[in-house]
Design a protein around this ligand. Sequence first.
Ligand code: GSH
Length: 382
Amino acid sequence: MSVHFTHYAWPVSPYSAKTRAYLTFKRIPFVEVAPSALMLFLDIRKAVGAAIMPTVLSPEGEWMQDSTEIIDALERRFPRAPVTPETPKQRIAALLLELHGDEWLPSVALHYRWNRHENRAFALSEFARLAFPGVPLALSRTLIRPVANKMAGYRPVVGVTNTTIPGFERFTKQLLAQLETHLRVLPFLFGSRPSIADFALYGPLWAHLYRDPGSTYLFRDTPHIVAWFERLMSPIGREGAFLPDDEVPATLEPILATLFAEQMPFVMALMDAVDTWCDAHPSAARAPRSLGEHEFVVGGVRGRRRLLTYTQWMAQRPLAVYAGLSPDQRGDVDAWLLRLGGEDARRALAREVRHPFERRAFQMRLAKAEAAQRRSTGSQLP
Ligand SMILES: N[C@@H](CCC(=O)N[C@@H](CS)C(=O)NCC(=O)O)C(=O)O
């Protein structure tokens, strides 16, 4: 039996960059395989239910899918040098920044990849050579075009339109400037050890914005971000540590303040939509993938984007940490939240998750207790 984990991933994939950086830091023995189209649409789809990446196959033959679940499962198996800080403010900040990387930055990533001619051509060639190894590029580019079109088609879903593009670009430049300021002082977001937040932000920033040749210029004046990419790509040789005394560095505050000003109102609107839908469908055991569209703001520009229920599952993570705080801890965390985003920020973290999701085979299942109650009252799937 192989003692290695297998990481099925392409270099163009942001969520794969997240898991690769994690595996590398933890020194988990793994080999990376770039799955061909055949593998994706036959083996991987059969194993996990979709042609998606990253997936990880354990030495025992167990498949894992979804970067967050992969990392959670491996953290249980490899508990040394945990990547999620234990203390309240750092833990909440790390999980919020994971939510930011996973559920807000994809818009930026899709914009720069599919709206820039040079990047679009590069991505198409990358998809072609990885999906159809050994096939002449002219043919493989034609064969892979439907997949590329599907990816490009996600732009309006995540709010990228001609109106919002200036907002996304302003947001991106500001984020890179803020991250550069932070990384001038510290090697990683919370100290000398990389965290789940480092991996999640690194994913789209490296795999799309930096690696795609038509947007690398965004990093011309950010040598510390480039050095951080390099640290995340190779083993750092030591465990490092998160800052003592639950300190969230002041240099992360502007990034968190924007997250509270722009991403969080949209997450709250999603949770309102989930509550409304679940109240109207009391017998449902799972929620639909999408609940229509809603307004959002990015870089000060207003647009509309799809309310994807998966995002609530990700948002439940920082909210659960807040819900579990002792009164003393809550006082300290509240003062910090008020500084970052006023009463709205405190209210967002304190929000009750009335209809918690569990994720199973790409479905947002309503959490067990509630589902059991629903079943006992004779409910059915919607
Ligand atoms: N939430 C998932 C997202 C994975 C994902 O969207 N992967 C992209 C590539 S980076 C993909 O394979 N998409 C295929 C599709 O959407 O059909 C994760 O964290 O792993």
